[in-house]
Design a protein. Structure first.
Length: 461
């Protein structure tokens, strides 16, 4: 039984990898946001092996804010005063002794590991030896393993020193305001539930398109690949929010129980359910093998074997060097059972559309009568809600929740295992890689995944 989140709020935040790229792009802006909201007034200790001092870390943090979110001088003054820095090797016990000294009398620190997963076990073991893991929490970044076996091995390493309730597996996508709106929109409105099932929904499509390539991160992408990078975590989580049954309450345990219930019902993939692609020129990217079979595009077809979703295909695709950058969900409703007006109605005429990035849109596709004597119609889209931007940065939300011990937006170990069980059969070179042109919607072969549901719905600019 999952325990209720501890009521004690973390009284220090330690982040390993303080001089790294993730800290520069995401963590410092999130920390300023938390300080500005009055949610972070505890010591903040950066740890890294860069030969830096505290002044250099502060300079790096200020530069990060200038380039990514702008500086709020009042918040920055407070954040700067809370910053501390420990420089040292993650394998060296003296690094953790210095950390223990920097933490002083803190009783419930939160350790955020913004470092490669290969170092997780080393860091948590050294935290425990130095007495820094007592009554502490730990946040670990994705990817959480490379397959089921490595994910389970990583869990064992963490559980040796931290109970499950103190482990927060972060997926920043779940912290997005737009993704949270999926959960809220589904269960705050009574008109959806009667039709949210196989009797009324024909298919579900989720597209995550990126117009850019690997942006100099060829070495990283060679190790991760598109399916591990965004499908196994981000897009499966979006699928779960669309498919889960209503939780009994908004409490963490209720939401997570419904998520794992639907995760366990997802049918494991087979070769016929996936098409992989690679954009032309990928093999010429720096630190990419000239013989690489890594996919930069994937189209997959899932089924959920339960009462609600029997027979409904969930088609997911993600790729780089596509025509635009956007993430969109299309829930296609079945056609009316009889064409009263003799019209040929498209599979995509009646739908719910959720645009998650870069802007946020909830809309309904419908048909209305065209002006004139004839009873003939046209397709229109009724926009229910639309806005731009995020009110709270994903990492700001997630780190704030972890500080309070609220794990609702974090993945439980059994959910991670369930996701790997679904994806594992098609990892690696289980299927061929098809080349596609930059600026296209992926290889032609991907059309087969959605051929019987009216084809792929391409997001518009």
């Amino acid at each position: 039984m999952e325990s209720k989140p501890a009521e004690m709020r973390s009284d220090a935040l330690v982040f390993f990898g303080a001089t790294g790229d993730l800290a520069y792009k995401q963590i410092f802006p999130a920390l300023q946001g938390l300080v500005k909201r009055g949610q972070l007034n505890v010591p903040i200790v950066g740890v890294a092996k860069s030969g830096w001092n505290l002044d250099q870390l502060r300079a790096r943090a200020r530069e990060s804010l200038q380039n990514h979110c702008g500086i709020d001088e009042v918040a920055w003054k407070q954040l700067s005063s809370q910053l501390k820095y420990v420089d040292g090797d993650y394998r060296d016990a003296s690094t953790y002794e210095a950390l223990r000294q920097a933490l002083g009398n803190t009783q419930c620190p939160l350790h955020y590991l913004a470092i490669p997963p290969s170092m997780f076990a080393t860091v948590v073991a050294n935290l425990a030896k130095a007495g820094c893991a007592n009554n502490a929490r730990v946040v670990v970044e994705k990817p959480f393993g490379r397959d089921l076996a490595t994910a389970q091995a990583l869990d064992r390493a963490l559980h040796e020193y931290f109970p499950e309730a103190a482990i927060f597996r972060i997926d920043h996508y779940l912290g997005k305001e737009t993704v949270q709106n999926l959960l809220y929109f589904r269960f705050a409105n009574s008109f959806l539930e009667p039709i949210w099932n196989h009797e009324h929904i024909q298919s579900v499509q989720i597209t995550m398109a990126e117009s850019f390539g690997v942006q100099g991160r060829g070495k990283f992408y060679e190790e991760v690949e598109a399916i591990r990078d965004v499908v196994q975590n981000h897009l499966l989580q979006v699928m779960v929010l669309l498919a889960m049954d209503p939780p009994a309450a908004s409490e963490t345990v209720c939401i997570r129980d419904e998520k794992i219930r639907v995760m366990r019902a997802i049918r494991p993939l087979d070769r016929r359910s996936v098409v992989r692609g690679q954009f032309k020129g990928y093999r010429k990217e720096p630190e990419v093998s000239p013989y690489s079979e890594v996919e930069t595009f994937a189209a997959l077809r899932f089924y959920i074997d339960n009462w609600r979703w029997a027979g409904v295909p969930f088609c997911i695709r993600a790729g780089k060097c596509l025509p635009l950058t956007a993430t969109e969900v299309l829930v296609a409703l079945k056609r009316p059972p009889h064409s009263v007006f003799g019209e040929l109605v498209s599979e995509h005429d009646n739908y719910y559309r959720f645009r998650l990035t870069p802007d946020f849109v909830i809309s309904l596709g419908a048909r209305i009568k065209m002006a004139g004597e004839a009873l003939a119609g046209k397709k229109v889209e009724l926009v229910a809600h639309e806005h731009e931007g995020e009110e709270m940065l994903p990492y700001e939300r997630l780190l704030g929740d972890a500080m309070h011990g609220d794990a609702a937006l974090f993945n439980r170990s059994d959910a991670v295992d369930a996701a790997w069980r679904v994806i594992e059969p098609i990892l690696g070179d289980a299927t061929p890689v098809h080349e596609y042109e930059r600026g296209s919607w992926g290889p032609e072969e991907a059309g087969a995944i959605a051929s019987d549901i009216g084809g792929w719905h391409n997001p518009l600019p």
